[in-house]
Design a protein around this ligand. Structure first.
Ligand code: AMP
Ligand code: MG
Length: 331
């Protein structure tokens, strides 16, 4: 199969629509990472998404709709805070989990009685979703466990010959996946940290919890269990008080004939002038935007990525640290 990479225009959107309605998958740009989209109502199309990615069948998918789409038939009511959050943050990098009416394929939610909804803001995503005018399920457009894609080239690297079309909207400016927010309880609860932060949500909703999985408990979101975002080279992760250990790890790799790279903030890179570095930048937003591209660049040229935890916590840093540790720790 030829994989076309096209900007969203009249021709490519007509093709995307035809592919989606014939049960195919189409990758598309969003402001967070590229998505691998399919008709949410079509069992076989949804199953194809899992198959193409190699995604575990118990890890649910997010339904994407355009900004004027009426979601009332998909969700079984919403608490007052959720309406406020929608008005404040959508379209944007926030996914909201609602009680489901079961109007989409049962394979979307993997047996959960909830449905997650996202309204991406990227013009490419909006044009695509408007053209099809149906809910599109889409996980990140990477092979399962691999680093999420932030350019059409990244998608192509994982799926060339396996999907018919990538709608190219350029580099994703957000860089990490959407915040996933459980809106089924009295207080919204973050299931996955992202660019819409706990602080931002609490300001609008009055309060915001963060879900922490306890030992032996069935996770609220199965995706939490899996190893994620991993580059194809070896990795190591060091806390800020263990930078000497990081330098030692780097030196050992070099002595053994390997090619190590540090993955660290701009401030740490300045303290490591004589080393090879994948620089994440200075601000948390910049680190989010650069992280996946840095990991994909690293896996091409490094035998070992030695990550050093950047300074700071809270806000966007929570999302950055979540992805960085999942990618580099215990690997
Ligand atoms: P991906 O787009 O590949 O990063 O994956 C989407 C993620 O959204 C999943 O891994 C889950 O963590 C989360 N998610 C999707 N649907 C639900 C749901 N109904 N309940 C809880 N979490 C969900
Ligand atoms: Mg993913």
């Amino acid at each position: 199969m030829e994989t076309k990479v096209l900007p969203a225009d009249e021709h490519s959107l007509a093709l995307a629509k035809q592919l989606i309605f014939s049960g195919e998958v189409v990758a598309f740009h969003t402001e967070t990472v590229y998505g691998l989209g399919a008709d949410a109502r079509n069992d076989d199309a949804v199953k194809k998404v899992f198959a193409v990615k190699g995604r575990p069948s118990d890890n649910p998918l997010i339904a994407h709709v355009h900004r004027d789409y009426d979601i009332s038939s998909l969700i079984d009511g919403e608490p007052p805070y959720a309406e406020k959050l929608r008005k404040a943050f959508l379209p944007g990098p926030l996914t909201m989990v609602y009680p489901s009416t079961g109007k989409v394929s049962r394979f979307v939610s993997c047996g959960l009685n909830t449905l997650s909804i996202r309204v991406p803001s990227s013009p490419t995503a909006q044009a695509f979703l408007r053209a099809v005018n149906i809910p599109i399920v889409a996980p990140s457009a990477n092979l399962s466990k691999h680093v999420s894609p932030v350019s059409a080239q990244h998608v192509y690297d994982d799926f060339a010959g396996k999907i018919p079309l990538i709608l190219d909207g350029g580099v994703c400016t957000g860089g990490i996946e959407s915040t996933v927010l459980d809106c089924t309880g009295d207080v919204p609860q973050i299931l996955r940290a992202g660019l819409v932060t706990r602080e931002m949500i609490a300001e609008v909703a009055g309060d915001c919890g963060v879900y922490v999985m306890h030992e032996g408990e069935r996770p609220k979101s199965p995706g939490m269990m899996y190893k994620h975002y991993s580059p194809r080279c070896r990795t190591a992760y060091f806390e800020r008080d263990a930078v000497l250990g990081a330098v030692q790890k780097y030196r050992e790799e070099e002595s053994a004939g390997g090619v190590p790279y540090f993955l660290c903030s701009d401030a740490d890179a300045e303290r490591l002038p004589d080393f090879r570095v994948l620089n994440l930048g200075a601000m948390p937003e910049q680190m989010a935007a650069r992280l996946y591209a840095a990991l994909r660049e690293g896996e091409k040229k490094a035998t070992l990525i030695v990550a050093i935890r950047p300074e700071g916590e809270g806000g966007v840093m929570d999302g950055v640290l979540n992805r960085l540790t999942r990618a580099c720790r215990g690997n």
